[in-house]
Design a protein around this ligand. Structure first.
Ligand code: MN
Length: 140
């Protein structure tokens, strides 16, 4: 058993992988036979990942705020606390906060044989991001 109390420092999302201010808390790190990587990712309003893929897919679970998610070729979807999104292995996608809201999600994936969680591509442009539906109108 290994208890980690107060020793986990919040990291900043690297600018190569994110647009805007993003903060990451490591929840689970691969070790031994476990390939599980889990992070609590905090997006400030307007912040989002770049386009990317995960070798073994990814599940995100929204815990706070209002977010946006898109797979290549699909519309931008609004996600809210309690929503779960699974991205297929190799599926190009991005996720982030709505323009006017914070968003926090738990992100969970299995790294590949080399310990790689993702392959990163282009940033989501302002023009792409501007295609998001209004989160005020996209109610549930
Ligand atoms: Mn992802």
């Amino acid at each position: 058993m290994q208890i980690t109390r107060g020793g986990i420092k919040t990291g900043r999302g690297p600018t190569d992988w994110f647009t805007g201010d993003v903060y990451v808390d490591a929840v689970a790190v691969p070790s031994g036979g476990s390939r599980l990587s889990a992070s609590s990712v905090h997006f400030t309003p307007g912040a989002r990942t770049a386009w990317h893929i995960h070798p073994n897919g990814q599940t995100i679970f929204v815990t706070e705020g209002v977010g946006l998610v898109q797979r290549r070729g699909g519309p931008i979807e609004v996600i809210r606390p309690g929503d779960r999104v699974f991205f297929e292995p190799g599926e190009h996608h991005w996720h982030g906060a709505a323009p006017t809201r914070f968003m926090t999600h738990l992100a969970m994936l299995d790294v590949d044989d080399d310990g790689n969680p993702a392959t990163w591509g282009d940033h989501v442009t302002e023009a792409e991001y501007a295609e998001a539906p209004s989160v005020e109108e996209a109610g549930r």
